[in-house]
Design a protein around this ligand. Structure first.
Ligand code: FRU
Length: 494
């Protein structure tokens, strides 16, 4: 009874929803005030604000006909809600996923001199109707708050019901806008270019990796290889359903892009996140050389049934993306790997506890950050492990940990009964040094979501959890490991 009440399944919690204090509502992550949220959309930085639009059904806690909800942040952790930014034009139209760019030079012709360059925002999205999916645009003259749809929409119509999720960016070398967009049932990412965001020409397609049922929400970013002056391009392709773990997930490809064609370096499919709940990732435009992104922290397999009330789903924390060379995949192979660093402002840190494990900390917010170094000792036994326990006062818990077979795992049993909600999930993480394996493990634990970054973010592992009032974290190791590090409790950003 207490458990159900705590989860908001009993009694009224309308007022609670607006205060962001429900037991498993994340405290340092973005979640919608109410209703159902999925993909991040329209991410653009301007006038000192990170805009985050998102797929939103404000009328129910399950997916419906989505519109673009809107929030902004100065620091990527404190968010202000602004309601619906792009509403459905008809009752049948879903304003599906898409992106936004800053059209400083007024290439679109939507603006005149009275509109400051930093206020010239153009959103590109999919208009979904029972007849088809087309790419449409809307412009904002006030820096991304109010939008007017272009009167001559659609800007791309190929007479398809499976053509969506345009992500647009400006390609400096060719001086053109580039769009990556999914031809979902063809397992193709199409590349279009444009000079004015209105007239688009298809220039190439890419297909590869895991297919699953369909492709969705692509993104293409240019990343500097850490410690060098070399740049590579990374293409993100989400698939749903059909991930090996089940349901939704995001894969990426590393290669080059000449403004028209993406050429992968190899045939490898790499996973952007090895957890079950990180989908439809998108990066912010207009952030210079910094590539910052986040994803919807859920999975289409069960998102409409998770035990939250008034609201469903949160975003992951914003992550700074990088690319590293010579990352060890196994003792004989090194190669490029994406790196992800969680951008959780240090000013959120409250109490702390540091030193050699065992370490333990409690926090009323239920939000924590930890970073530990785990060194595997000589003579480690098969049964040895590092354990991270996140629990409430009744002992209900989530356990995470590291094993000598180089696996990191999460055990989220007895939290949410659903046949497709994997209770135990693991990821292989190769240590840099096989003789003396050492791991760097960085975690953001926030009530309903746990994000783990291993070895400077070369492995990311994001999973939802559903233990109400989990306010304690303990990090333990047996003789097999020496663990040092710190835990911080985090202040709520709401
Ligand atoms: C991915 C997705 C997109 C689509 C949107 C609809 O989660 O299915 O392909 O644009 O969600 O809400």
């Amino acid at each position: 009874m207490r458990f159900l009440k705590a989860l908001g399944l009993l009694g009224s919690c309308v007022a609670a929803a607006s205060k962001y204090d429900e037991p498993i509502r994340p405290q340092v992550h973005y979640s919608p005030p109410y209703g159902f949220m999925n993909d991040p959309n329209g991410m653009v930085y301007t006038n000192g604000l990170y805009h985050l639009f998102y797929q939103w059904n404000p009328n129910d806690t399950v997916a419906g006909t989505p519109q673009w909800g809107h929030a902004t942040s100065e620091d990527l952790v404190h968010w202000n809600n602004h309601g619906v930014a792009i509403a459905s034009a008809t009752k049948d139209e879903g304003v599906f996923s898409g992106s936004a760019v800053l059209d400083v030079n007024n290439t679109s012709g939507f603006f005149d001199d009275s509109v400051k360059p930093n206020d010239r925002v153009v959103a590109i999205f999919t208009s979904n109707t029972p007849e088809k999916q087309t790419q449409d645009i809307a412009y904002s003259k006030d820096g991304g708050f109010n939008f007017t749809r272009y009167s001559e929409n659609p800007v791309i119509d190929i007479n398809s019901t499976q053509f969506r999720d345009p992500k647009v960016f400006f390609h400096e070398d060719t001086g053109k806008w580039v769009m990556v967009v999914a031809k979902s049932f063809d397992f193709e990412i199409a590349f279009y270019t444009s000079c004015d965001l209105k007239n688009w020409e298809e220039v190439s397609t890419f297909s590869g990796g895991l297919y699953g049922y369909q492709y969705e929400v692509p993104d293409l970013v240019k990343l500097r290889v850490e410690g060098t002056s070399e740049y590579k391009w990374v293409l993100f392709v989400s698939i749903n359903p059909g991930m090996p773990l089940g349901g939704s997930g995001t894969q990426y490809f590393i290669g080059d892009f000449d403004g028209e064609t993406f050429t992968p370096d190899d045939h490898a499919v790499r996973m952007a996140d090895f957890g079950k709940d990180w989908y439809a990732a998108q990066t912010w435009s207009n952030t210079g050389d910094d590539v910052l992104g986040l994803a919807w922290a859920s999975n289409w397999q069960y998102t409409g049934e998770v035990p939250t009330k008034q609201w469903r789903s949160c975003m992951s924390v914003a992550r700074k993306m990088g690319l590293k060379k010579n990352v060890k995949y196994n003792p004989g192979y090194t190669g490029y790997s994406l790196t992800q660093e969680p951008l959780v402002d240090k000013k959120l840190r409250d109490e702390s506890c540091h030193g050699k494990a065992p370490l333990s900390l409690e926090s009323e917010t239920g939000a924590f950050e930890f970073r530990i170094n785990a060194t595997q000792n000589d003579g480690v036994s098969d049964k040895s492990s590092v354990r991270i326990k996140v629990s409430n006062s009744t002992g209900h818990l989530t356990t995470l940990g590291l094993r000598p077979d180089f696996h990191f795992f999460i055990d989220r049993s007895d939290q949410f009964e659903h046949p497709l909600y994997n209770e135990k999930i693991s990821v292989y993480a190769q240590p840099d040094n096989d003789e003396k394996p050492v791991y760097d493990i960085h975690g953001i634990v926030d009530r309903g979501l746990i994000e783990i970054f291993i070895n400077n973010g070369t492995v990311a592992f994001t999973n939802t959890v559903f233990v109400a009032d989990a306010d304690k974290i303990q990090i333990e190791a047996d003789d097999g490991y020496t663990v040092n590090g710190e835990i911080y409790s985090l202040k709520s950003t709401w």
